[in-house]
Design a binder for this molecule. Structure first.
Ligand code: DDH
Length: 281
C-alpha cells in the first residue's frame, strides 16, 4: 500500500530543548541591570502563577492572562513587560508553544542557568482569549505588610509556612527598581546567582529601617542591600524563622525544597492531560 502525499501540514515538532536554548541565549545582556534578564523572568513566572486561588480554582499560570488589561496594568506587575517583550521573539520563532508554557519554562530555565536546582517542568498550559477574563487584582503579596498577610496570600494558593520561606529565597536574585515598585536595591551581593544568600543575609547581616521618603524598607550597614518588611517578617515570626535558619545553614535542603515548591507554583490550576502524573524530574 502506498500513501498518497498528504497536503495536510504536519503538526509542529514540539522541541522544548530548542526553546530552552533560545531562552538561555537571551538571558545575558551587559547593559541590563546586573547583566542578566534571569531575575525578571523568574518574577514573570511567579506573578503569572501566584494569582491562583485554590478555593475557586481560578488564576494561575494557565491562560497567560497577564497579556491583557487589566492584569498587565496591576501595580504588582509593573516592569514585567520587560520580561514579556524579551520572550516575544522566542514565541514568534516557536509559534507552537503557548505563552503560558513559555513564561513558566523561562522562569525554570533562568533559575537553572543562574546556578539553581533543576526545576521539574512539563508543558500543558493553554492561552486564554482576551474576553475570557483575568484574575482580580490584589492576589499577589504586598511588601509593606506583616505575617498575617503573607499567610493569607500563600495559604490561598495552597502553600504552608515552610514553602512560603523556601519560595521567598528567590530574592537571592534580582533587585527592586524605583520606577517599578518604589523600593530600591538588591537583597544580596550576587543577584544573578541562585543561592541561599538571601537566608544568610537575613540571619547574619544587621538590618535597620532605612531613613528616606520612599516606601518602608530595611538596609544593611553599607546601605547597598535591602529587605522588604515582608522579608523581615521571616525572621521576626517564630514559625517562619526556623526555616530561615535551616536554609541559611543548609543550601542543599533549600535547593531541594525550592525546586519542589517552585515547580508546584508553576502548575497551580493547570489542567494537565494526565492528572496526577508526576512532573518529570
Ligand atoms: Fe519578589 N519582589 N516578592 N518574589 N521577586 C520583587 C522582585 C523579585 C515580593 C515583592 C517583590 C517572591 C515573593 C515576594 C522575585 C521572585 C519572587 C520586588 C521588586 C518586589 C517589591 C520589583 C521591582 O521593583 O522590580 C513580596 C512582597 C513577596 C512575598 O511577600 C513573599 C517569590 C515567592 C518569588 C519567586 O520567584 C518564587 C524576583 C526574582 C525578583 C527580582 C526581579 C528583578 O527584576 O530583578
Amino acid at each position: 500500500l502506498f500513501q498518497k502525499e498528504s497536503h495536510i501540514p504536519l503538526p509542529p515538532k514540539k522541541d522544548y530543548d530548542k526553546v530552552r536554548a533560545a531562552i538561555e541565549d537571551a538571558l545575558d545582556k551587559d547593559d541590563y541591570d546586573d547583566g542578566s534578564y534571569g531575575p525578571v523572568l523568574v518574577r514573570l513566572a511567579w506573578h503569572a502563577s501566584g494569582s491562583y486561588d485554590k478555593a475557586s480554582n481560578t488564576g494561575g499560570s494557565n491562560g497567560a492572562t497577564m497579556r491583557f488589561d487589566p492584569e498587565r496594568k496591576f501595580g504588582a506587575n509593573a516592569g514585567l513587560e520587560v520580561a514579556r517583550d524579551l520572550l516575544e521573539p522566542i514565541k514568534k520563532k516557536f509559534d507552537w508553544i503557548t505563552y503560558a508554557d513559555l513564561w513558566t519554562l523561562a522562569g525554570a530555565v533562568a533559575i537553572e542557568a543562574m546556578g539553581g536546582p533543576t526545576i521539574p517542568w512539563r508543558p500543558g498550559r493553554s492561552d486564554k482569549l482576551e474576553n475570557e477574563g483575568c484574575p482580580p487584582d490584589g492576589r499577589l503579596p504586598d511588601g509593606d505588610k506583616g505575617a498575617p498577610h503573607l499567610r493569607d496570600i500563600f495559604y490561598r494558593m495552597g502553600f504552608n509556612d515552610q514553602e512560603i520561606v523556601a519560595l521567598s529565597g528567590a530574592h537571592a536574585l534580582g533587585r527592586c527598581h524605583a520606577d517599578r515598585s518604589g523600593w530600591i536595591n538588591p537583597w544580596t551581593n550576587a543577584p544573578t546567582t541562585f543561592s541561599n544568600a538571601y537566608f544568610t543575609e537575613l540571619r547574619d547581616n544587621k538590618w535597620t529601617k532605612k531613613k528616606w521618603s520612599g516606601p518602608p524598607q530595611y538596609e544593611d550597614p553599607t546601605g547597598t542591600l535591602m529587605m522588604l518588611p515582608t522579608d523581615m517578617v521571616l525572621i521576626w515570626d517564630k514559625k517562619f524563622k526556623p526555616y530561615v535558619m535551616k536554609y541559611a545553614q543548609d543550601e542543599e535542603s533549600f535547593f531541594k525544597d525550592f525546586a519542589a515548591a517552585f515547580s508546584r507554583l508553576l502548575e497551580l490550576g493547570v489542567p494537565f492531560d494526565e492528572p496526577g502524573k508526576p512532573a518529570p524530574a
